[in-house]
Design a protein around this ligand. Sequence first.
Ligand code: ADP
Ligand code: MG
Length: 449
Amino acid sequence: MTDEELWQAVLAQLQLQISKASFQTWFGDTRIVSKKEGSVFVSVPNSFAKEWLEQKYNKTIFKVLRGLDIKIKDVKYEVGKPKTEIIKKTVPFSIETGQLEFQEFKVDKDTNLNPRYTFDNFIVGPFNELSQAAGWAVTKKPGKVYNPFFVYGGVGLGKTHLLQAIGNEVIKNFKDKKVKYIPTEKFVSEVISSIRNRETQKLKSKYQKIDVLIIDDVQFLTGKEKTQEEFFYTFNSLYEKDKQIIISSDRSPKAIPALAERLRSRFEGGMIADISFPDTETRIAILKSKCQEKEIDISDDVLNFIASKVQRNIRELEGALNILIAYQKLNNSAADLKITKSLLRNLTSSPSHTINAKKIIQTVAEFYDLKEKDMLSKSRKKEIVKPRQIAMFLLRQELKASFPFIGRRLGGKDHTTAIYAYEKIMKEVNKSESLDEEIELIKQRLMCA
Ligand code: ADP
Ligand code: MG
């Protein structure tokens, strides 16, 4: 087993445990430089990263390393020359298949499409069949049926895969159609820089040439007024020319009022479909298909185990598989059920270990595009009161925190305020599907954070 392979396996596991942003920031340019007498020397790009890894991640890194190689006694970090290219090439076990990673894949520069995402490798089950069928119909007659096509669902459930598959299929069917996939964050930054450079007109005309516009994760438009303007402009002018628009989001259009109100009439002529959670059979089918893709043989009992542990995120299903592949490569033998259980114990540990009050408040604030201090303020504005009550609700539900604690934690409120908030949200969740959905999404983010 080479040092590189060992580090790949470590990275594969770490990716499951920390957020994408943190992972990119802290582990992007790391590698093992040497191993000596049980010590592993990890090279990091700068002293800031060194300090951070030593203080925040050392325990986790050590645990993962030891899980793979019992002889390892400690980990040391040293500032070294970054070797970005090498690292990128040697991390085939990439768990994240989100937008960030696209740059490293064979992404077409014009369309931003990654050929890896197709309908052929998109497994269909009851949880996504409506979205898949509608998406497929769109590829046959872009702009003519289901326009706009809006897909929504939680993290890691296949929205990007489906959107990209639609794009790839349209190009296959209609060579002359101009397709463009764009993550909303990228759209936002294009708009901002076009404003800065006084080139908004240029940006407008660039988008006018597109036949099929695919905008991923549109929830990121929340709170960005100027970008919303540009989005509506682009949307309307393309729509009026019968150009196809495909949108994804982590929540239903109703839960993005700024979007929904302005586009309501448009949505009525289109199609809104959701992707929910895959059932057990589909999870196993997905695992089997990924095994085939990655050319690896894994026994049914191991696959069943993974499917029983990872229920609500297909990206994590793949992540679990990648860990087993790493193990198999390192040890030249497949992990049996017992080893699998120990390798994947982090997946199976109860998330409440890692959730704390701060994380809940931060996650809720982020979700509603607020600052943490707004949540703690005395403001009675509707946009703040609701998130604050949801934070109180989650503190109670997830942490079983006491009401006096909850009140204090949210800016020194009385415990009766906390009780009121908890009961109010509880009642509303039972009545309103969209609130239930919102809270479910926040919880998902909490688990991933
Ligand atoms: P989202 O955009 O909803 O967060 P992604 O589309 O990035 O999720 O999917 C996460 C990972 O799971 C990707 O690697 C994707 O290929 C895989 N995946 C999702 N849904 C399916 C499916 N139905 N069949 C096969 N793989 C899937
Ligand atoms: Mg996505």
